[in-house]
Design a protein around this ligand. Structure first.
Ligand code: GLN
Ligand code: ZN
Length: 696
């Protein structure tokens, strides 16, 4: 009975890679410095797994940006606009594809299955000529070997790689990507090899399944002597791990069984050891990547007849303590949430009538401009929050600094002549953490980071108990901001589905139950904002799609309770209160009816990386009648969009959308950008809008 780990977090226990990357991008350190940090991280991970006793230890799960982009680099599938002329792909080309450069935007990025990890979408056309352009997989295998660890190189499987890619511009849409399979297979090579094929858990059409069979029988015949491990994940095993395994052991020889994690540990936090602020009771209920490695090994050993009794009994005791802990249960909350099920919650007036009522009050120009919420988070701002948290500065000093920051952001927006303002979210570290910290039932980590894209990490809260809101969370800041301007100031909240999907959620009750509990807490906040005179309230549901089950059979049920939860948050407001929502994903054609069913007054969506697909959605939007703000430029890249480019985009949108419902905004929050990027970008955005208004 052997143990195996599918993949491991690459950022490091304290986000060492993030800091090394950002310093390299800012030209504060050299390529060698970056490579050294990366090599040290890899070495410590391999050693850790080897010490625990894991038999199949992965290599090549490390990436400077993304494992799918690594595959693109390995295959030399660089789109021509990046000017790569052959040879081993270096940081320049690699990061240009991932992040864009001064002249060329980044390649499209999208979410990896139902996680919050984003990958760079390969662009493949019929002319693509795969060449072996990055030796990373082989180099890392050798690197581990030199450290005395024999590893299993992990590659994104050919079927998954192809099915996730899109045809390059100019290629007819009926181009069959799967004809490229043989080229990919020809480029692969190693001794033990793991192909990650999470695509296989989707509901695949027969031709795609055939592609899979073909690819792997080719592999088997052309690479005899090679052990191929095909890994699928993101689908549940509906039984407790140990029982499942003993069951399996009955039908297979023990020596053929491998105990493994259910997916790459990339999607979990790194090590519970670094959690100094969690109390021991909550800690005993948790396992991060390093702990899961130990658990996998303990399970494999137990099944091989060497059960570590102490390990298993302390694990059982922890589970029992969680079942009976009073910290987990709040009966009032449970009752209120249960009462919501089965009934409908909708605003009484339809959206067109509501928009009319709102416009009378707001009096906005055609093509109103706005932003998605956050403004750049400067080092100074982070310092203020950090020092306040560490009680190094007083509450008074903290409030003064944050107010000053809000004033700056408000003044800037007035100067830029933006119509609906935001306060900039300077008091928030993270859009979910900020709310979780003020709600009961949540616990927080110090270092529980998970990679989202590139060097960006998120620190998901842990929902361990029933959720309630002891007191208002945002009203003070929003009303302070509103008092600084005559223009409408958007109240800014994170929606229940997003809070749920970006947290580690308790598994002792259905997720829908937890979501309804959060919805009730946000509902109270919405109503308190309205009472405080805030007339536009944005409830972000950035992660609505992330919770969508991968298989179609579970999707309708999820969308039903998720959308219902969103509506619950704002069902109590007046017609004149304008509810916005924001979503950041691109594949939403298939859930457009659910988005409409959310019944928001205005939806801003991320789209600047995936234009064409959206036209259909826009048309549905027209039928719906709500306001729509498809992002007019990409905030994930440092590039500054020229005025003409934005104007061009808005004109294209106007070709399908009625002018009275279109909003103009960037495609997401600006917190990761610098003021030197945001100022000119927003200037151009407003300028483009004014030019178009004059032509209407
Ligand atoms: N209001 C949030 C912000 O601007 C939304 C972020 C997001 O959609 N991820 O930062
Ligand atoms: Zn967004």
């Amino acid at each position: 009975m052997a143990s195996h780990i599918v993949g491991y977090p690459r950022m490091g226990p304290k986000r060492e890679l993030k800091f090394a990357l950002e310093s390299f991008w800012d030209q504060k350190s050299s390529a060698e410095d970056l490579e050294k940090v990366a090599a040290d991280l890899r070495a410590s991970i391999w050693k850790q797994m080897a010490d625990v006793g894991i038999k199949y230890i992965p290599s090549n799960t490390f990436a400077y940006y993304d494992q799918v982009l690594n595959t693109t680099a390995m295959l030399g599938a660089v789109p021509p606009r990046y000017g790569w002329t052959g040879g081993e792909i270096g940081f320049d080309t690699y990061f240009s594809m991932g992040r864009g450069n001064a002249t060329v935007p980044a390649m499209e990025m999208t979410k990896w299955f139902d996680t919050n990890y984003h990958f760079i979408v390969p662009e493949l056309g019929p002319d693509v000529n795969f060449t072996y352009a990055s030796h990373k997989a082989v180099n890392e295998y050798k690197e581990a070997k030199a450290l005395g660890v024999d590893t299993v190189p992990v590659l994104v499987g050919p079927v998954t790689y192809l099915l996730l890619s899109k045809p390059a511009n100019g290629v007819p849409p009926n181009f069959d990507l799967l004809t490229l399979l043989p080229k990919i297979i020809a480029a692969a090579g190693a001794s033990w090899i793991q192909f990650d094929e999470p695509t296989l858990v989707l509901d695949l059409e027969p031709n795609k399944l055939q592609a899979f069979t073909a690819a792997y029988s080719d592999l088997a015949s052309s690479l005899s002597g090679l052990n191929v491990l095909v890994e699928t994940y993101f689908a549940d095993i509906p039984a407790e791990a140990y029982k499942t395994l003993t069951g399996l052991a009955g039908v297979t020889a023990y020596d053929k069984l491998v105990v493994s994690t259910s997916c790459s540990l990339l999607h979990t936090a790194v090590d519970l050891v670094n959690e100094t602020k969690l109390d021991n009771e909550i800690k005993s209920w948790l396992a991060f990547a390093a702990q899961k490695v130990v658990e996998v090994n303990a399970l494999a050993k137990a099944l091989a007849g060497q059960k570590d009794e102490a390990f298993f009994s302390s694990n059982a005791a922890a589970l029992a303590s969680r079942k009976t802990s009073p910290r987990v249960t709040n009966e009032g909350v449970q009752k209120a949430a249960a009462a919501l099920k089965g009934s409908d919650h909708r605003r009484a007036t339809n959206v067109s009538a509501r928009l009319d009522a709102q416009q009378k009050k707001l009096n906005l120009p055609v093509l109103p401009t706005t932003t998605i919420g956050s403004f750049p988070q400067t080092p100074e701002l982070r310092r203020v929050r950090r020092e306040y948290k560490a009680t190094k500065i007083s509450e008074e000093e903290y409030v003064t600094s944050i107010k000053e920051e809000i004033r700056k952001v408000v003044e800037l927006q007035e100067k830029l002549d933006i119509d609906v303002l935001v306060h900039g979210e300077p008091e928030r570290n993270d859009m979910v953490e900020y709310f979780g910290e003020q709600l009961s039932g949540f616990a927080f980590t110090v270092n529980g980071w998970v990679q989202s894209y590139g060097s960006r990490c998120v620190k998901p809260p842990i929902i361990y108990g029933d959720v309630s809101r002891p007191k208002p969370m945002t009203v003070f800041w929003s009303s302070t901001a509103q008092s600084m301007t005559k223009r409408p100031m958007k109240g800014m909240l994170t929606g229940p589905v997003t809070i749920l999907n970006w947290s580690f959620v308790r598994n002792d009750q259905p997720r829908s139950e937890t979501c309804y509990q959060i919805a009730l807490a946000i509902k109270d906040e919405v109503e308190d904002l309205e009472k405080a005179g805030i007339t536009v309230i944005q409830i972000d549901e950035a992660a609505l799609r992330e919770g969508l089950p991968l298989r179609k059979s579970g999707q309708a049920h999820y969308l039903e309770w998720a959308v219902h939860s969103f509506r619950i948050t704002n069902v109590g407001v007046q017609d004149t209160t304008q509810i916005h929502t924001h979503m950041c994903y691109s594949h939403f054609n298939d859930i457009i009816h659910s988005i409409i069913d959310m019944d928001a007054d205005v939806i801003t969506i991320e789209n600047s990386r995936s234009d064409e697909k959206l036209l259909r959605v826009f048309r549905d939007g027209v039928k719906y009648g709500a306001g729509i703000g498809p992002g007019v430029y990409d905030i994930h890249s440092p590039r500054i969009p020229p005025t003409e480019e934005i104007a061009d985009r808005v004109n294209k949108m106007l070709a399908v959308l009625e002018k009275n419902i279109l909003w103009v905004n960037p495609d997401c929050g600006l917190k990761t950008r610098k003021y030197t990027e945001v100022n000119p970008a927003l200037t151009n955005m407003v300028e483009a809008t004014k030019q178009i208004r004059n032509q209407l």
